[in-house]
Design a protein around this ligand. Structure first.
Ligand code: ADP
Length: 255
């Protein structure tokens, strides 16, 4: 393997909401090609960290680097173009569009929703070009969604909706994919499928950072795990290392 190169470097990031210190001088580095887990009790700052990295929040202090570029407080739009894609804890799919159209919207990066093409598209006057449609079909197939292409996401089982959200994030062709609790609400079989999907995403060259409460999944999937508690990094290492760290055991007992 070539020497590990950082794709994401978080340097002393703090995020305060009035008096509340959601993140306190967080530093961590994610190498290209890694599957990194982020765990921690509720309220420990995990989603806030994703919000900072994906540009939704401007950190109170500290810097965020993507590869070597300082991306601190770049807009979500710019960060998406630079290769960061994410999913949300609560699904955010377009409810009235079919699964295929949800993917087409993401594949067509020219902000289709804000212009007339969307109206024309909805009216059936304008169609996505063949290459985009072919790419959508490829994504549908890759994520086991071909049979659901014409369904509205809301009609589908929850685990399938989660796959749609991941497929949609992948439609942006990211280099770094942030997954916020992707296993929440999934049954055992769906968790197993999710695990395969994350591995295949990494195999395609995408770095994955995953916030997850399902410890079995984190332990089997992630090479390294970063543990947050009260907005601080309290441990960082292999799953086995962090699982036996006394400060981690203590943080979870207090949860
Ligand atoms: P986790 O994802 O680990 O459960 P969060 O990052 O969601 O934790 O929250 C960390 C802390 O920051 C919580 O106390 C939460 O209430 C607070 N917080 C998160 N976002 C905001 C916000 N936009 N405004 C005020 N407080 C926030």
């Amino acid at each position: 393997r070539p020497a590990a190169e950082p794709i994401l470097r978080i340097d002393e990031v703090s995020m305060h909401f009035r008096g509340l210190k959601a993140l306190q001088e967080i530093s961590m580095t994610v190498n290209a090609g890694e599957i990194r887990g982020i765990v921690g009790p509720n309220g420990s700052g995990k989603t806030t960290l994703f919000n900072v990295v994906s540009g939704l929040y401007r950190p109170t202090a500290g810097r965020v680097y993507l590869a070597d570029k300082d991306m601190t407080a770049a807009s979500p739009h710019v960060l998406a173009r630079k290769g960061i894609a994410r999913t949300f804890q609560n699904l955010r799919l377009f409810a009235l569009l079919s699964v295929r159209d949800n993917l087409l919207v993401a594949l067509d990066q020219t902000s289709i929703l804000s212009n007339w093409r969307y109206v024309l598209w909805q009216a059936g006057v304008w169609r996505h070009d063949q290459s985009l449609r072919a790419e959508a079909d490829e994504l549908l197939q890759r994520f086991g969604l071909t049979d659901f292409a014409d369904s509205a996401p809301g009609e589908l089982p929850y685990g399938t909706q989660r796959r749609v959200e991941i497929a949609r994030a992948m439609a942006r062709r990211p280099s770094l994919l942030l997954l916020d609790e992707p296993a929440a609400g999934l049954n055992g079989e769906e968790v197993r499928q999710l695990s395969e999907i994350v591995r295949s995403i990494r195999a395609s060259g995408v770095t994955v950072v995953i916030i997850e409460h399902n410890m079995g999944l984190v332990m089997s999937l992630c090479e390294r795990v970063t543990v947050l508690a009260s907005g601080r990094v309290i441990a960082d290492g292999t799953p086995a290392e962090v699982a036996r760290a006394p400060q981690v055991v203590e943080a979870y007992l207090g949860d």
